[in-house]
Design a binder for this molecule. Structure first.
Ligand SMILES: *Cc1c(COP(=O)(O)O)cnc(C)c1O
Length: 430
């Protein structure tokens, strides 16, 4: 038995948190509950669950036991009070923005974000008047300078996709606190094994679980973690969280659920109303992946460092964006926030230009040409014509995705084999 007095350490939690042997059958692995509905004990219980007077399962769009196990596990790993699993990382970002804001509101967003997040933010601006206020640079001062009276939140990534820049989360959190704004951190590229943003002042953490958390590239998913720390009632701007819900008998979320208000608002509005719930099968696969997360992240970082160092010395390579190497831009922040290493996703540029970058990718044999990241298998893509093609040229430059750059996601193969594949592909380009 685990002692109640000391909470288990990270690798132990990755294996045990949120799931225990099934009380009905003794099954050691978390069962997959493939059911849409759950039989009620009584009409009173049914009414109570619908009105949020008591917790319980009713319909799997809003909650499901297998999905709940995943939510408890990720909440434990992030040090959050609660988590809400959703159908994709994209829907995690969407639900956070839609739950916090209404038309006319704005939020400060890092100018360097995953391409899908940038696309979503532009569309929400054009169609729903929820405005991203993009920062000019990545320093805490740049975030502060972008704040206006309409600002309702600050959004950034912990490690930036695709250039691996490590953000100064303590500094950005201090700006958020000074202005009474919640800080939302997309922690997909770090995973909680490398950075736990709540320890640096984040109020909400989101993930695409399609990447490192799932780990094997089998299934799409996302999750939203609520630190439970933000004082929603102090500001009067977050009316979905602080005002009565007439269709729930006047439920005031901050009064009934003071520690997990944001998570409850996300579940009621995001899952019951909008509907992008996670399948129990996908929750099961993600839970299984998380069991090996700490081990995998160690190897991902070690392999990425060797590959990045090798590329940096190669005569055909112009630059490498990995801040885990000595003398690289951003190295001090990387050392401070991610002593294990800044993940395994980074870009590098070929001296000879776009044709060489494309030829390099198609010449790879072991490393797969595909769009995902954070998988066990090593992957490569040309971001300027795919994931980041919507950016204009100056934004591409800032994001380290020029025509001559390649994004790598380094996996868990023997690093000698990765280097051999990269060397044979480089030998075929100018
Ligand atoms: C992939 C990704 C997303 C979107 O996640 P999906 O699961 O693909 O919808 C969001 N943020 C970051 C940083 C990502 O890398």
């Amino acid at each position: 038995m685990m002692s109640e007095t000391r909470s288990p350490r990270f690798a132990t939690q990755a294996i045990h948190a949120g799931a225990s042997p099934d009380p009905a059958t003794g099954a050691r692995v978390q069962p997959i509950y493939f059911t849409n509905g759950f039989v009620f004990d009584s009409t009173e219980q049914a009414a109570d669950i619908f009105a949020m007077r008591r917790t319980g399962f009713s319909y799997s769009r809003g909650s499901n036991p297998t999905v709940a196990a995943l939510e408890r596990r990720v909440a434990a790993l992030e040090g959050a009070k609660a988590a809400i699993a959703v159908a994709s990382g994209q829907s995690a970002v969407l639900l956070v923005l839609m739950t916090l804001m209404k038309s006319g509101d704005a939020y400060v967003a890092s100018s360097r974000l995953f391409g899908g997040s940038l696309g979503l933010m532009r569309r929400l601006d054009g169609r729903y008047d929820i405005k991203p206020q993009f920062t000019k640079g990545l320093r805490p001062e740049d975030f502060e300078a972008a704040i206006s009276p309409e600002t309702r939140a600050i959004v950034c990534e912990s490690i930036v996709n695709p250039c691996a820049t490590v953000m100064d989360l303590d500094g950005i959190a201090a700006v958020a606190r000074r202005h009474g704004l919640p800080l939302i951190v997309d922690n997909t590229l770090a995973s909680p094994a490398l950075i736990r943003p709540i320890e640096h002042g984040a109020d909400i953490v989101v993930h695409s679980t399609s990447k490192f958390l799932g780990g094997s590239g089998q299934t799409i998913g996302g999750i939203i973690c609520d630190a439970g720390s933000f004082e929603w009632t102090k500001h009067g701007h977050y009316n979905l969280i602080t005002d009565p819900w007439p269709d729930y008998d006047g439920l005031v979320i901050t009064e009934r659920f003071p520690d997990i208000s944001f998570a409850v608002a996300c579940r009621l509005f995001g899952l019951r109303d909008l509907g992008p719930g996670l399948s129990p099968m996908n929750a099961f696969l993600t839970l299984t992946g998380i069991e090996t997360l700490p081990l995998r992240m160690e190897r991902h970082c070690a392999n990425a460092r060797v590959v990045a160092a090798h590329l940096k010395e190669h005569p055909k390579v112009a630059w490498v964006s990995y801040p885990g190497l000595p003398g690289q831009p951003g190295q001090a922040l990387a050392e401070r926030y991610v002593p294990q290493g800044p993940g395994s996703i980074f870009t590098f540029a070929l001296k000879a230009g776009e044709a060489s970058a494309l030829k390099f990718i198609t010449s790879l044999e072991l490393i797969s040409h595909l769009v995902n990241i954070g998988e066990i298998k090593s992957l490569a893509i040309h971001p300027a014509t795919t994931t980041h093609r919507q950016l204009d040229d100056s934004d591409k430059e800032a994001a380290c995705v020029g025509p001559n750059s390649v994004r790598l996601s380094i996996g868990l193969e023997n690093v000698e084999d990765l280097i051999a594949d990269i060397d044979q592909a480089l030998a075929q380009v100018e």
